[in-house]
Design a binder for this molecule. Structure first.
Ligand SMILES: Nc1nc2c(ncn2[C@@H]2O[C@H](COP(=O)(O)OP(=O)(O)OP(=O)(O)O)[C@@H](O)[C@H]2O)c(=O)[nH]1
Ligand SMILES: [Mg+2]
Ligand SMILES: [Zn+2]
Length: 296
């Protein structure tokens, strides 16, 4: 291939993997004039400025297949959404929001519940029941003892995958378990509030032996939904899609409209009440954001 891929970007330098070497590259001024910033994950054509010192120049950026905002990574095709069963406890609304954003970006999705060793109350089955039923692969892993790591690795083959989720759930630990060569820094959980301490600070691509490329990302505690239009939200709750076709009105928002097949499915327990309530909650949040924006 004539193209390289940006593995890392620091202070205006881009580290491009090309022909099995890493070249330290700058970007041509034209990109700045066009207000284009090269992103980690971008496929780029480089000219080699100094072969011995492995210096290059980014000449061209290929069209991005996807562009994630958080983290800002191009051409990702899969998200592993990681939560821990305990320490910290899963925030299910945050999980549903992450699913919405990943669906909006058109990514393949795998949900991973880590820290299986702490699942003394058998909470995993409860989560699995909700998300597996609607079609998402759900994994139970233990980064410390290796449970579920092989299953996780299979999903990573030949894809560019981001690991995202709150701080302290074990994203970096999972990646270290998946690949012997990785020595990503991991952080203790704060004893008092059982939260992570934001150990991972930046995003960088890393290659696996099975041809997969993975991106560790910094954890977060909240997600803004400002990029999601209220009328689109229902499309990103995948189990609503098929039911929604039977609603009396084409533009049914599944709120209080007569003949709403989604609400009927909730009554029959064919759609989980928790998911439906998450939909209402997130829709309300998006509408609030819109109202506040209008005021400015
Ligand atoms: N008991 C248990 N602890 C785990 C497991 N996986 C990770 N941990 C611990 O959880 C803590 C946080 O792990 P990290 O891998 O740093 O978490 P992270 O998601 O990368 O956190 P940020 O980088 O802050 O977003 C560390 O103390 C890990 O040793 C697990 O399967 N079981
Ligand atoms: Mg980390
Ligand atoms: Zn409806």
């Amino acid at each position: 291939m004539d193209y390289g891929i940006i593995f890392k970007g620091i202070g205006g330098f881009y580290y491009v993997k090309f022909n099995d070497s890493i070249y330290e590259c700058k970007a041509r001024g034209k990109f700045k004039n066009q207000k284009i910033t090269p992103l980690v994950g971008d496929y780029v054509r480089i000219s080699i400025q100094d072969e011995d010192k492995k210096l290059g120049m980014i000449e061209e950026i290929l069209e991005r297949k996807t562009e994630l905002l958080r983290p800002t990574v191009a051409n990702v095709n899969q998200a592993i959404i990681v939560f821990s069963i305990k320490n910290p406890l899963p925030n299910i609304i945050l999980l549903d929001k992450m699913l919405v954003l990943a669906e909006q970006s058109g990514l393949d999705i795998v949900i991973c519940f880590n820290k299986a060793d702490l699942d003394v109350d058998f909470d995993y089955e409860k989560y699995e029941a909700i998300y597996h039923r609607i079609g998402y692969p759900v994994l139970k892993t233990c980064a410390l003892e290796g449970e579920g790591i092989d299953a996780l690795s299979v999903y990573l083959q030949d894809k560019i995958t981001v690991f995202s989720g709150p701080s302290g759930v074990g994203k970096s630990s999972l990646l270290n378990a998946v690949h012997e060569g990785f020595t990503l820094q991991t952080g203790e959980i704060s004893e008092k509030i059982k939260r992570g301490k934001h150990t991972t600070r930046h995003s960088e691509l890393m290659e696996l032996k099975n041809g997969g490329i993975v991106v560790d990302t910094p954890g977060f505690t909240s997600l803004s939904m400002h990029e999601v239009a209220p009328e689109d939200l229902k499309e990103y709750f995948i189990e609503f899609r098929m039911q929604g076709e039977s609603c009396r009105f084409d533009n049914c928002m599944h709120l209080n409209e007569p003949g709403c097949a989604v609400k009927e499915a909730v009554e029959r327990h064919d759609i989980s009440k928790d998911r439906y309530e998450a939909y209402l909650y997130i829709l309300n949040e998006i509408n609030e954001l819109k109202r506040r924006q209008k005021k400015w």
